[in-house]
Design a protein around this ligand. Structure first.
Ligand SMILES: Cc1cc2nc3c(=O)[nH]c(=O)nc-3n(C[C@H](O)[C@H](O)[C@H](O)COP(=O)(O)OP(=O)(O)OC[C@H]3O[C@@H](n4cnc5c(N)ncnc54)[C@H](O)[C@@H]3O)c2cc1C
Length: 636
């Protein structure tokens, strides 16, 4: 059933070969076809603008009031590309290899190579749009380094790279909106995907301002709806980010790839109160210059300035001398958890490690550090009240990104023909651990270059009967969406959607976060269905469905989080190996490092929905590593 459609031939020729063999749609025929793009973040805006420019009728949907509010705007640190401007040994092959290895050999080689190839074009595209990447004194684009690599290939715009890239994509999208190629539907939330004769032919949406439910038909549907880290309740994602679009597609038959692969980012501001509803990222770029340490002694509550050098443990530099503070995220997170579990954590709850800039300020000068990271220091100051130029930052790992998502083939098509997924919404090219600055690269690769090539091929090679929303499948989808909303409103119980969300989030964080065990996952799998049952009997929503109702919006999303949380635990339980950031306590090396089990788990797990409370069915896409030989990762 799982046909990944990987082109034959040498890896460096696969994408060219695929593009050569794909069918095209004549410019005069393009206007006869309509495409729905759900999502206007980097992946969605790039895809909608490019397909609009090609001449298709594009309808772009977002639950935000403007594409500029998509979560992509929050991305701070940078975007990778194999330009080798530093002449420090980088190349497409090097980026490819770093990404396969960084993902702990759980990604598809062919996709990763394409990503590395296309990375070069992304920078040219964005520079042409006027994205103000940081430049060196002489005017050349500047680069810095991110975790898991030994070259400097990360392009950045201070600590606001996502914002600047999104403005570039937004400009391109606005141009198409003005030209009539794209119709923008804001404040419209996808609540179902409509399938006709086995193909995706449209969507059902709810207008968040008026409550109106409407149907939209098209020849192709593209989902670029972001990731589901908010399943944990506390994460670095925008509060509204959710899994509803991909989850509803999953319920309609799209297989879900590696749901338990989530990324816990090592450098976030630690939790300061149990009433907190959001965590804040401190970009990984800070680890270029900041040094991570904790006191050598357990329970040492002295102020950092009173702890002499000889009593500090720069544990990353000591344990991983080759990569030091720039080990990949999974390694940095796991080590932070370990030293805190040993009782050496710092800060009010002992759940923190220091990220210290004293040496960098001494070496580079205060002004240079301010220039590079000023806005991040400002964010830190506003949230903690501490001045990180004078006292080390305190950081702790937090949920940040989801490598899992809808399973897609090489063309980025899901298992439902005509339904494509791009950006963080698909199960992506990052395997079990995404390297820093690679999500923006993937989102823009999918949006500007891959989807605009593969969607036309689908249109050109498929007989698509004319379709409109009078078809019975739309009536059925609409009725089901209305019915679900009525059910939610009618429960009239006692608990808020947030309280359920918080509880399910804590379960997945405790049992399916950085460390997992057979017993813990079984406990979670016993508790989540009970909680879901309670949700459908004890939820309270105030207001009604025919108006702006944010409690209803949340309830709808939380109902999906309840289901995806269970699938994450099922997936984690079956994957009895440690890989990437997922430390399975039963699978470790004698010195406590994560131990993969390639003989049994060298595959992508793609799960099929069988109904609420029913065991999902596992499908496997075997992974072959022909170009980057399988090896145990070592950053020592
Ligand atoms: C704080 C932070 C910093 C980061 N920094 C970096 C970085 O420096 N470098 C890097 O490479 N990556 C970074 N990342 C990751 C990166 O930002 C994201 O992976 C990426 O921006 C996701 O883009 P996207 O287009 O896939 O989705 P998003 O930007 O999340 O966009 C999703 C879109 O889908 C719409 N949508 C979602 N669901 C629905 C629905 N049901 N109906 C209608 N519309 C819907 C939303 O309105 C939105 O327009 C960071 C992430 C965080 C949290």
């Amino acid at each position: 059933m799982l046909e990944a459609r990987i082109p034959s031939g040498p890896i460096e020729q696969k994408w060219d070969k695929c593009r050569y063999e794909m069918k095209l749609v004549n410019p005069a025929n393009r206007r006869k076809h309509s495409i729905i793009v759900v999502g206007a973040g980097l992946a969605g805006a790039a895809a909608a603008a490019t397909l609009g420019q090609q001449g298709y009728h594009v309808h772009c949907f977002s639950y935000h009031d403007t594409p500029r509010r998509a979560h992509s705007i929050a991305a701070q640190g940078g975007i990778n590309a194999a330009k080798n401007y530093r002449n420090d040994g980088d190349s497409v092959s090097r980026l490819f290899k770093d990404t396969v290895k960084g993902g702990d050999f759980r990604a598809r080689e062919s996709n990763v190579h394409r990503l590395a190839e296309v990375s070069v074009n992304i920078i040219d595209q964005c520079v042409a749009q006027g994205v103000p990447f940081a430049r060196e004194y002489g005017g050349l684009l500047d680069n810095r380094s991110f975790g898991g690599v030994q070259v400097e290939r990360t392009f950045y715009a201070r600590g606001q790279t996502g914002q600047q890239l999104l403005l570039g994509a937004y400009q391109a999208l606005e141009e198409q909106i003005a030209a009539g190629g794209v119709t923008m539907h804001i404040r419209s939330e996808l609540l179902d995907v409509v399938i006709v004769d086995g193909r995706a032919r449209g969507i059902v949406t709810r207008n968040l301002a008026t409550g109106e439910i409407s149907c939209h038909a098209a020849d192709v549907v593209v989902l670029a709806t972001g990731g589901y880290s908010n399943v944990f309740y506390l994460s670095t994602n925008a509060k509204a980010s959710n899994c509803t679009a991909i989850w509803r597609a999953h319920r309609r038959g799209a297989l879900f790839g590696n749901p338990c692969f989530t990324q816990i980012h090592p450098t976030c501001i630690p939790l300061s109160s149990e009433h907190q509803s959001k965590l804040t990222l401190m970009s990984e770029s800070l680890r270029n210059d900041g040094r991570v340490w904790v006191p050598k002694k357990q329970g040492d509550t002295r102020a950092p300035k009173d702890i002499p050098e000889s009593e500090r443990d720069y544990y990353l530099e000591n344990r991983y001398p080759s990569f030091g503070n720039l080990v990949p995220r999974d390694v940095a997170s796991r080590n932070a958890k370990e030293v805190c579990d040993e009782g050496r954590g710092v800060g009010p709850h002992g759940q923190g490690v220091y990220l210290d800039f004293a040496d960098a300020i001494h070496r580079l000068g205060l002004e240079t550090v301010r220039e590079k990271y000023g806005n991040l220091f400002d964010i830190y100051q506003r949230i903690t009240g501490e001045d990180a130029y004078n006292v080390p930052m305190r950081i702790y790992p937090a949920p940040h990104y989801t490598m899992g998502g809808l399973w897609v083939d090489y063309h980025l098509m899901t298992t439902i023909p005509g339904l494509f997924a791009g950006g963080e919404a698909n199960f992506s090219d990052h395997g079990a651990n995404r390297l820093g600055a690679s999500a923006l690269m993937q989102g823009l690769a999918d949006g500007y270059f891959v989807i605009p090539a593969t969607v036309p091929d689908y249109i050109a090679s498929t007989k698509l009967d004319p379709m409109d929303t009078s078809h019975a499948a739309f009536r059925l989808g609409e009725a089901e969406v209305k019915d679900r909303i009525s059910k939610l409103l009618a429960i009239n119980g006692k608990r808020s959607p947030d309280s359920f969300h918080k509880e399910v989030g804590k379960i997945v964080w405790d049992e399916c976060g950085m460390a997992r065990s057979d017993a813990g996952l079984r406990k979670a799998l016993a508790r989540i269905p009970e909680l879901r049952e309670e949700f459908w009997h004890n939820l309270r929503i105030v207001g009604n469905g025919e108006e702006l109702n944010q409690t209803l919006e949340k309830a709808n999303r939380v109902s999906d989080f309840m289901e995806i949380a269970e699938l994450m635990c099922v997936d984690a339980l079956h994957r009895n190996e440690s890989c990437g950031g997922h430390f399975r306590v039963e699978s470790q090396t004698p010195d406590g490092e994560a131990k993969r089990d390639d003989a049994n788990f060298s595959y992508t797990a793609a799960w099929e929905w069988k109904g609420t409370g029913q065991a999902p069915e596992l499908h496997k896409e075997p992974l072959a590593f022909e170009y980057v030989p399988l090896s145990q990762r070592s950053y020592k």
